[in-house]
Design a protein around this ligand. Sequence first.
Ligand code: B12
Length: 274
Amino acid sequence: MSYEDLENRINQRNVFLRYNVELEGPAIKPEEDEDVVDILPNDEPFKSIALTILHENRDDAINIVKKSLDEGVSPIDIINEGLMKGMDAVSVLYTKGIYFLPDLMLAGDAMMESVKECEAVLGHKSETKATVVSFVAEGDPHDIGKNLILMFLRAGGYEAIDLGRDVPAADIVEAVKEYNPIFITGTALMTTTMTAFPKVVEALQKAGLEVPAIGCGGGAVRKDFVESFPMSVYGVEAYHTPKLADAILKDKKDWKDLRKEYVDIVDEFVPEYS
Ligand code: B12
C-alpha cells in the first residue's frame, strides 16, 4: 500500500478527537471566561492591574502599580479594586480546573510584590498606638490575607507582630505573654485548618490569658463557626482590622461588642453582618 493510500484510510477527524483538538475548540483568554468577566473591574487603572495578576505577570503588575501610585491613585484602592479582583479571578479559574497550582503561586507572587509597592507609599507611622499580633492557622500556608492585614495595621499606626504561617497555638500563647497585644488576628484558608482557632482560645484560657478579641477570618471561615467559641470575632476584610483595633483601644470594646457593632465600627454595609 502506498503512503497516499494509507493516509486516505486514516479518518482524520478521529485523530483530532483522539488528541482532543477538535473537542477543545478555539482557545479562550482567561479574561473571557464568563465568571471572570463578572469579577474584573471596568475602570482603569484597576482593570489593567487586575489583568496583570490574572496573567501572572509580576513585572507588568509592579510597573503599572508604581505608575498608578505616581499618578496619585490611592494604594488602598489599588489593592482592593485592582489586585484583589485579579486574585479573585485567579481563584475562580483554579476552582474551575482551568488554572493549576503553579498559576496560583505566580499570581500570588505578583500580588504580594505589588502590595509591597503600595506598602512603601502607605508607610509606617513612627509612633505606634498599640500592639497587634497576626498569624496564619497551624497547618495553613496561605499568607496573602495575613500580609495585607499587617500592612493595613502598620499604615493605621499599630505595631503589627508577624508570627508567620502554620503557627501552633503554643507560639500564640508565648506571643501574648511577650507583647501583651490589644488584638490578635488569625487567618485560615482551609476547612482543615480553621479548627485551629478554638484551639488557640483554649490554649490562652488554659494559660490564664485573655485578650479583648481575636479576629478570625480567611476564605474557609464562616461567621457562625467563629461565633461558636468565645473571645473571637469574625473578620471580613483585611482593611477592617485597624478599625476594629481602634474600637478596642479608644472605646474599650471587647469581642462581644465587636460582634454586635461590627457594621458601625467599620462604617460600611457588610453582608455577612446584615
Ligand atoms: C493563592 C492560593 C494558594 C497559594 C498560596 C500563596 C500564599 N503565599 O498565600 C499556594 C499555591 C501556595 C496554595 C497552596 C495550596 N492550596 Co491554595 N489557594 C490559593 C487561592 C487561589 C487564593 C487564596 C488567597 O490568597 N486569597 C486572597 C486573600 C487576600 O484572601 P484571604 O486570605 O481569605 O483574606 C481576605 C479575607 O478573608 C480577610 N481576612 C482574612 N483573615 C482575616 C482576619 C481578620 C481579623 C479580618 C478582619 C479579615 C481577614 O482579608 C482578606 C480580604 O481583605 C485559594 C482559592 C480561594 N478561593 O480562596 C486557594 C485555596 C485556599 N487553596 C486550597 C488548597 C486545597 C491548597 C493546597 C492544599 C493545594 C494542594 N493540593 O496542594 C495547597 C496547600 C499545601 C499545603 N502546604 O498545605 C483550597 C482550600 C480548600 C479548603 N476549603 O479547604 C482553595 C480554597 C482552592 C480550592 N477551591 O480548592 N494556594
